[in-house]
Design a protein around this ligand. Structure first.
Ligand SMILES: [Zn+2]
Length: 358
């Protein structure tokens, strides 16, 4: 595939994407005026049964993109035959009685669509993307179907009982950099760098002599646990109970009072807020994240000698390979070019990935 340069963005993209990128630029420019206006952040997902026919995915992608553009939403939605997953953010004043975007999504995906609403006073994403993927949460396990079986849902108000239960092994299914920011007291950290490593961890720690009587899993918004507890349910004997924190940490922080909470720290999120705290309010501690390893960065982290913008931080400086360093340097050069042109917020690292692989 050949690429053309988008002069507004300062990076190369496929000709077919140029129009969409320019449209996004216009929308971004418009939304700039609303930077300190109230916004809604929707974290949503649903595994569907029957699966979405492959032939209809592209039409659905287009429809979702257009509706999101209409509502000035930004963020990423992932579509696959197994369902939908994503987080989007759009201007919305809470006194408005009617959220048409939620109405549209519910009409498209039915009542079982899980939506968690939080708030921001600016748009926490730079642009809108709707992507077609083979999975809405990447686990690389073809026989993983959360609609067939999964862990038993546990509401936030009952979650502390499991954390205090000596027979229950509570497992954080998230990645290392997310666990560092905050996790539940008594929870196990599997030290995974990527969710695809999680099944192997389960095979090594949840079966055989070390098998616990009860297993409880949690993640940010609940979607990773749909797959993790499905795989776990199939792995462990039937007399082992498998639980799943319904709505994830985001639901817990929204519903449990700080004085009763057993969550220490803040909850890592994949947008410009970096992390959220009780009531799903944006973090006051972390102001940025490392573009190399994604670790959230506090004021002290940003002042550390190991921190070089776009290239490294104290959490990753010792671990980066030569190949990674080269990749991050090249990406940072592109950021610099975009910054000089005054279009940094439209720079898309994903676009570079495509350029490299085509
Ligand atoms: Zn780092």
């Amino acid at each position: 595939m050949s690429y053309v340069e988008d002069p507004k963005v300062g990076v190369y993209c496929a000709p077919s994407q140029l129009k969409a990128r320019q449209m996004a630029t216009i929308t971004n420019a418009e939304t700039k005026e609303h930077k300190s206006a109230p916004h809604r952040v929707l974290a949503l997902y649903k595994f569907v049964e029957p699966r979405v026919p492959k032939a209809t995915l592209q039409g659905l992608q287009q429809e979702l993109y257009e509706e999101c553009q209409k509502r000035r939403a930004k963020g990423t939605l992932l579509l696959a035959e197994e369902g939908i997953n994503g987080t989007i953010c759009y201007p919305f004043a809470e006194e408005q009685d009617d959220d048409r975007l939620i109405g549209f999504l519910q009409k498209k995906f039915g009542d079982g669509l899980r939506i968690r609403i939080s708030h921001a006073n600016f748009n926490v994403f730079p642009r809108m993307k709707v992507k077609i993927k083979s999975e809405i949460v990447t686990l690389h396990q073809e026989d993983c179907h959360p609609t067939e079986c999964k862990g038993e849902y546990v509401k936030s108000e009952k979650w502390n009982e499991l954390l205090k239960d000596p027979d229950c092994l509570v497992v954080d299914t998230r990645n290392e950099y997310e666990v560092h920011v905050g996790t539940f007291r008594n929870a196990i950290n599997p030290h995974t760098q990527n969710f695809v490593e999680f099944p192997e961890w389960m095979e090594q720690h949840l079966v055989g002599d070390k098998a616990p009587k009860k297993i409880a899993m949690f993640c940010t918004g609940g979607i990773r646990c749909e797959k993790a507890t499905n795989a776990c349910r199939k792995l462990v004997p039937n007399d082992v109970a498998v639980y799943h924190l319904e709505g994830g940490i985001l639901a817990y922080l929204d519903e449990v009072k700080p004085e009763e909470s057993m969550f220490d720290g803040e909850c890592y999120v994949f947008d410009q807020r970096v992390a959220v705290t009780y009531g799903n309010r944006p973090s006051a501690k972390f102001t940025d994240s490392c573009k190399a390893c994604r670790h959230p960065l506090s004021k002290e982290d940003l002042e550390s000698n190991a921190y070089v913008e776009g290239l490294s931080c104290a959490w990753c400086v010792e671990k980066l390979t030569e190949k990674q360093k080269e990749r991050f340097e090249s990406r940072q050069r592109q950021v610099q070019i975009a910054r000089e042109r005054g279009v940094e917020e439209f720079f898309d690292p994903d676009q570079m990935k495509k350029k490299r692989t085509c």
